[in-house]
Design a protein around this ligand. Structure first.
Ligand SMILES: [Zn+2]
Length: 155
């Protein structure tokens, strides 16, 4: 099951588990070189205290890419979760996220054919480090120095 009616799923407090191989993570592969590994997910529906349908998503697992510094293989452990409210209209969502009384920092639209794998990948992309590197990398980190546009002129 890759598509759910997300409002119905939340109201019935359903839960779904699965895993996605990195071969299917096309958008992530555009960000991370030589992407590998698997991501597991659990999505649980509920209704929050404001009577709003919510999907609680947890993603966990390990993906691999190349260290931006030494270009050797790098493991990125993933384990994060997020409560994502469902809004019925784009106007409602904009208001809840950006309006005067903004009370949410994330949201999705009601969708009878909601794409689970795309949702998981959105969460994964948000959790990724900006420039993945080994914590203790064997290569001296030349690249950490801010680029000075005038350095060329100083040679
Ligand atoms: Zn490295």
């Amino acid at each position: 099951m890759k598509y759910i009616d997300n409002v119905n799923f939340a109201k019935k407090q359903r839960t779904i588990n699965g895993s996605i191989n990195s071969d299917s993570l096309k958008r992530t592969a555009e960000i991370l070189e030589e992407l590998g590994g698997d991501i597991n997910y659990t999505i649980a529906g509920s209704i929050d205290h404001k009577n709003k349908p919510v999907l609680t998503i947890r993603i966990y697992g390990k993906i691999t890419t190349l260290c931006q510094n030494c270009l050797e293989k790098l493991d990125i452990p993933i384990d994060c979760s997020n409560d994502v409210p469902i809004f019925y209209t784009e106007a409602d969502m904009d208001n809840a996220l950006f309006g005067d009384e903004a009370g949410y920092d994330d949201g999705i639209l009601a969708d009878a054919n909601f794409d689970i794998e795309s949702f998981v990948e959105d969460e994964l992309i948000m959790s990724l480090p900006i420039a993945p590197k080994h914590k203790t990398c064997n290569l001296v980190e030349y690249h950490d120095k801010p680029n000075n546009p005038f350095s060329v002129l100083m040679k």
